[in-house]
Design a binder for this molecule. Sequence first.
Ligand code: PLP
Ligand code: COI
Length: 344
Amino acid sequence: MEKKDINWSELGFGYIKTELRFEAVYTNGKWSKGELIESEIIQVHEGAPALHYSQECFEGLKAQTAKDGRVLLFRPEMNAKRLIKSAERILMPVVPEDLFLEAVHQTVKANYAWIPPYGSGASLYIRPMLIGVADNLGLSPAKEFIFRVFVSPVGPYYKGGGVSLISLAVSDIDRAAPNGTGSHKIGANYAGGLLATQKAKELGANEALYLDAAEKKYLEEAGSANVLVAMTNNRFVTPKSKAILPSVTRISLMQLAEQEIGLAIEERPIHLQNEIKEFIEVAACGTAAVLSPVSKIWFKNRWFNFYDNGQSVGPIMQQLYHLLTQIQKGEIEDKYKWTQEVVI
Ligand code: PLP
Ligand code: COI
């Protein structure tokens, strides 16, 4: 099958329409079998709870072309499970794991021509989404739901790309309350963060960084990614919080940090003011962000620089980036069995 004629290595993180997407519909208490369709447009009722009350959740994962030409997904069953949790939190019918995986496999396969080739630095971003549709007015769950999976070839999320440095700015806006929806991947969490991201960009940073909403002391996460910190004494730390998204990338990187690099991993509250002086290397991580090393953080009206005074990527983040992406692209043995092949 021919690939599309695209300058793959120039791609940013944006929407590109591909030929086919998967859709299943939930009516009268059950899911339809689902099918591949052509139109990227979803027609919904003006009273749809997805539009008014954000009864919407989504996922994000990637397919990559491996060195040997296979097409690989990274831990897609974790995305399936997280979508189930998100759906339950906002009273939506769950998408069974087998329907989720079937939809992802079918959509990737059907859009083979759009999967960036090995070595291009780009990948196929997969966006499963679940929305509450059909007429409604009062605050109650929708009566009908649509599960859709579309794909788009993408390059790096942050400008620069690959393993290049980004910066974050601590926001005075809260992302998520301690017992709110922050640990679920629901659209409502993101609309509230748009202003924080805009303000971060005005300061010259790539993205907002949030503190816990209750005490404004502990590091939570960035607007589109979790955070990781290499500290003195071989410590590799990530925030523990009920209000952050449990990132598939983060859990994988923590395991690699411990088992492949021998770091002492900790998941615990990180008191930013007290501990920032001990930060040696910092990174943002996620499906879109992959592992993006952070050169500096804006906090208390000044920049705090990390490794090499913010001038270069530190060795730990460099190594972790390579380990993760080599597994994702089938360049080294997948000893943790994280990748899943899409049979084309
Ligand atoms: N945190 C937020 C707010 C995100 O939107 C994402 C992206 O999915 C992540 C963290 C990273 O999660 P994952 O590694 O599962 O993509
Ligand atoms: C992802 O990394 O998959 C996300 O959903 C982040 C999003 C803001 C692009």
